[in-house]
Design a protein around this ligand. Structure first.
Ligand code: ADP
Length: 278
């Protein structure tokens, strides 16, 4: 949308067509900008009422007079509030990225302990889901980056792999250090992603057809899925570190997500954020 059309002046008709198209592109740009602004403002406005709601529900839960049905209802309300607060956080994170504000605390960090920590969390989650979690390679690597954000990125990929892999499957993590870059890979033997869906998986709010996922996953599909923002955020984190996030997948066979980051000293940071695809 940033590129304007440059048509040779081959007559009035073409010039008019060019002008009309350029005007339309301009209007589209304005409305995408407006949509981003609206999302950012709305998310921001939702933060305070959610905090108030949470405090009230928590206070009601600790009251000694409540019946057990009331307690169940309050617990459900609290779960929904948490879910909504997570959504609002994700939207605000993406809104900041759109404005080119990465808010990264850049420092020299060792990836090995972060990946080891993510692996330990994966083992606990994997046990509950009946999956084998493996980490055949864990090489030392130092990058310039934000430890909390990178941890969030790795954990997103690992929790997705666990979420989309039926019981009995395997999720494998590895950290391979190369000459100039380091690769963090998560491979699962899960439901996979259809070739036709692959171009969309990093789009905001995109989720694979639920009916199909449910068929493939059978009983194990979680009715309370995410919002389809995790991979959009993950890709931004990788790009904000001068890296990439890529995927290879086959339906019913499994998926491999790879984060590639420049090793310290090799980093070329993005100058400005690209506009988001809504
Ligand atoms: P969420 O998991 O919250 O829906 P994400 O942005 O993390 O959102 O993922 C978007 C979609 O990509 C998911 O809904 C799912 O359809 C697909 N997906 C992501 N990771 C995997 C995976 N490891 N295996 C199969 N499908 C996946």
């Amino acid at each position: 949308l940033h590129r304007r059309l440059h048509l040779e002046s081959t007559g009035d008709e073409m010039a008019r067509l060019g002008a009309t198209l350029n005007a339309m592109i301009g209007r589209l740009e304005t409305s995408f900008g407006g949509l981003r602004r609206f999302t950012a403002d709305a998310s921001h406005e939702l933060k305070t009422p959610l905090t108030v709601l949470r405090a009230n529900v928590e206070r009601a839960m600790s009251s000694p007079q409540g019946s057990s049905e009331q307690l169940v209802a309050l617990e459900e309300a609290l779960q929904e509030i948490t879910r909504m607060a997570d959504l609002v956080d994700s939207l605000l994170t993406l809104a900041r990225f759109d404005e080119g504000r990465f808010d990264l605390h850049r420092e020299s960090i060792e990836l090995e302990p972060i990946v080891r920590d993510v692996y330990e969390t994966a083992v606990i989650l994997g046990e509950a889901a009946g999956l084998e979690i493996a980490m055949p390679v864990l090489e030392p690597a130092t990058v310039l980056g934000d430890a909390a954000r990178l941890r969030q990125l790795f954990l997103n990929l690992v929790t997705n792999a666990i979420k989309y892999t039926p019981t009995g499957g395997t999720v494998e993590l590895r950290l391979d250090a190369g000459e100039d870059t380091v690769a963090f890979t998560v491979r699962d033997t899960g439901i996979g992603i259809a070739a036709a869906d692959l171009p969309y998986i990093f789009d905001r709010f995109w989720r694979a057809d639920r009916a199909r996922s449910r068929r493939v996953l059978g009983e194990h599909v979680s009715e309370r899925g995410g919002f389809g923002l995790g991979l959009a955020i993950s890709q931004w984190i990788a790009q904000a570190h001068g890296g990439t996030l890529t995927v290879a997948s086959r339906l019913t066979r499994g998926s491999t997500f790879t984060v590639t980051l420049p090793l310290i000293g090799e980093q070329v940071l993005p100058v400005q954020a690209a506009p988001a695809a809504y």
